[in-house]
Design a protein around this ligand. Structure first.
Ligand SMILES: [Zn+2]
Length: 321
């Protein structure tokens, strides 16, 4: 439902019609769970849905979440004191201490809302101890507390946690709707790139946006990836020659992007996920090739920064890479 630019109900989440209908019906009936698991891959809309659920829980309008009242706006901006994000980006895991703090906080009544909403954005990273501490809380929660556990992998959650939660699974958005959304976000891109993003990312909007952004920058990237992956010296030399007349800041940008790709390819080799480009390189070149080339690119970037001419730098790369 869209009326003069404002978005009502769960319409802010694209696609996922069944899920939205289910949630709308239960909120209209004044019912909600005290613990939801929002599950789906990266970029599938978990955070968007968490925001809408928080609004639905806090908003006092008849058509909650109305999206226009001060409560909805505060929740949207992340300034509502009773919508609390539980994470510490510095930590690799979500440790039990964080859940203990949550536990202590949950027994303090809400500041201004009727509810207290706790969002755990990477629930799959909770340690077992953290999950067990959380379990105690969701077994007997204070009446006003609601927990939103966002995860890319429900298997990482204890069965006891899952059995006490309502699972909301995010689905990919249909092609036409996804491509239209993306063209609104990135009007400068041609339809082919937008379609490619859909094919590559399977209708998960966040991933599609990433894909398009990565492909925005450099026409040279594709040439570098295929030539370097194949160890094709002729093609590489052609690439460096084509870059000899580039302004230095543009050259620097290219070199730094190439170096980033090699670093990503090294990660791919050690079993981490990576972009299709990094995968292509990582599967075909050895770790030693990758680190040597990354070091050469680093050196070239330093030359660039020290005002060495682009011609010299590209000549150096043609012999060293
Ligand atoms: Zn509202």
């Amino acid at each position: 439902m869209r009326r003069k630019g404002r978005v009502m109900g769960f319409a802010g989440l694209l696609g996922n019609e069944d899920l939205k209908a289910r949630l709308t019906a239960s909120f209209r009936a004044g019912k909600h769970s005290h613990c939801y698991i929002l599950t789906g891959p990266e970029g599938s809309g978990k955070k968007t849905l968490a925001k809408l659920l928080s609004q639905a829980l806090q908003c006092e309008a008849a058509d909650a979440p109305c999206g226009r009242c001060p409560i909805c706006r505060k929740t949207e901006n992340g300034t509502h004191p009773d919508v609390i994000c539980v994470d510490d980006p510095e930590r690799k895991t979500v440790p039990v201490e964080l859940i203990r703090q949550l536990q202590a906080d949950a027994y303090v009544r809400p500041n201004e809302g009727n509810k207290k909403v706790y969002i755990i954005p990477r629930a799959q990273d909770m340690t077992d101890n953290a999950q067990n501490a959380l379990l105690k809380l969701i077994e007997e929660p204070p009446s006003y507390a609601v927990f939103l556990l966002l995860t890319t992998n429900t298997e990482k959650l204890l069965p006891t946690v899952r059995s006490r939660s309502v699972e909301l699974r995010l689905e990919p958005v249909a092609r036409d709707q996804a491509v239209m959304w993306l063209s609104g976000k990135c009007p400068e891109h041609d339809r082919q790139t937008l379609q490619a993003a859909y094919v590559r990312c399977g209708g998960f909007l966040g991933q599609m946006l990433e894909f398009v952004k990565e492909h925005k920058e450099l026409p040279q990237t594709e040439q570098f990836v295929s030539a370097f992956a194949a160890n094709d010296r002729y093609e590489l030399t052609r690439l460096w020659c084509s870059m000899e007349k580039m302004p230095r800041d543009q050259l620097y940008q290219c070199l730094s992007r190439f170096k980033q790709l090699l670093t990503d390819a090294l990660m791919v080799r050690s079993g981490m996920p990576g972009s299709p480009e990094a995968l292509k390189i990582g599967q075909r070149r050895t770790a030693q090739d990758l680190s040597c080339a990354a070091a050469q690119l680093q050196k070239a970037m330093e030359y660039c920064a020290a005002n060495v001419g682009a011609g010299h730098i590209c000549g150096h790369l043609a012999v060293s890479l």
